[in-house]
Design a protein around this ligand. Structure first.
Ligand code: KO2
Ligand code: CA
Length: 269
């Protein structure tokens, strides 16, 4: 019997199938545990529009000549480190070589220390439908099917999957209220949606606990392609147009400061 074996949340070493040893954080307790941190989307400067640090969109200024930006959602480039996942972007080999079924997302205030992530996270949610089985077992493969690329399709016909979530911290109504009123009126909470497209055919990777009902998806979805035609380059960046009606104003189309000053941690199980 292994009744005294305790699984703890924290940093672990993993070895990838190709022999790369890397450190990451594992959540060993939520809904039975076994969640591996594979990425974080950290906005280092929402005033910087597809500039340095926008690794999940583009660090190249936002141009129709680079429709998929830095391509991070569907390449094997890795960056950052687990311990700094709330202070900088993070992507490890697990992002593309773990075969998983579900995704969990944590919103953790920027610059929190590892030991405080769970405590300080104000929103945590996960899928339970095993949807990744239908899309190649991870987001790397999902985004090969649904490229995060300008002009890859139109809204709403070519959105990627939207998957219901269960909340482990916060709830759907709290999640919804982190967005400005224009966004609340045009989204349904309680979902993660992948590869959202907007009216101008820019693409985003992940909608933050909501499923957009219109095509102004740039105010609730993050991690975009390399070119956003509307007001270019104002919507270009890791946190897209979450500041469209002003930085952290929480009016119009703008999200609250709490949301934009927190890293988005992505886990697989
Ligand atoms: C608005 O009034 C506005 O916002 C639109 C954006 C939102 O993403 O596309 C346009 O900028 C439009 O010109 C106008 O400024 O439309 C639902 C209508 C709102 O905020
Ligand atoms: Ca718009």
């Amino acid at each position: 019997m292994e009744r005294y074996e305790i699984e703890e949340d924290g940093l672990y070493y993993l070895t990838s199938p190709t022999g790369v040893k890397y450190q990451t954080y594992c959540d060993m307790t939520t809904a039975g545990g076994g969640w591996t941190l594979v990425a974080s989307v950290h906005e280092n400067n929402l005033y910087g529009k597809c500039t340095t640090g926008d690794r999940w969109s583009s660090q190249q200024g936002g141009s129709p000549n680079v429709p998929d930006g830095d391509g991070s959602w569907s390449n094997t480039v890795t960056f950052g480190n687990a311990e700094a996942a709330t202070s900088d972007d993070f992507k490890n080999p697990g992002y593309y070589d773990i075969t998983a079924e579900n995704v969990a997302v944590w919103h953790v205030p920027n610059n929190e220390r590892v030991g405080r992530w769970k405590l300080t996270s104000f929103l945590r949610y996960h899928t339970e439908s095993k949807f990744l089985r239908s899309y190649g077992g991870n987001l790397y493969n999902l985004f090969k099917i649904f490229p995060v690329k300008n002009n890859a399709g139109s809204c709403p016909a070519n959105h990627g999957p939207s998957v219901p979530v269960v909340y482990d911290a916060g709830d759907a109504s709290f999640n919804h209220n982190l967005f400005g009123p224009h966004v609340r009126a045009r989204t349904d909470p309680g979902f993660i949606m992948f590869r959202a497209i907007n009216y101008e055919k820019a693409a985003m990777a992940i909608c933050l606990g909501v499923k957009p009902k219109d095509c102004n998806t740039e105010h609730s979805c993050i991690g975009g392609s390399g070119y956003f035609p509307e007001g270019s380059p104002r919507q270009c960046g890791d946190f897209t147009g979450l500041d469209w009606s002003g930085y952290g104003t929480h009016v119009g189309w703008s999200a609250s400061k709490q949301l934009i000053e927190a890293a988005v941690l992505i886990f697989y199980r």
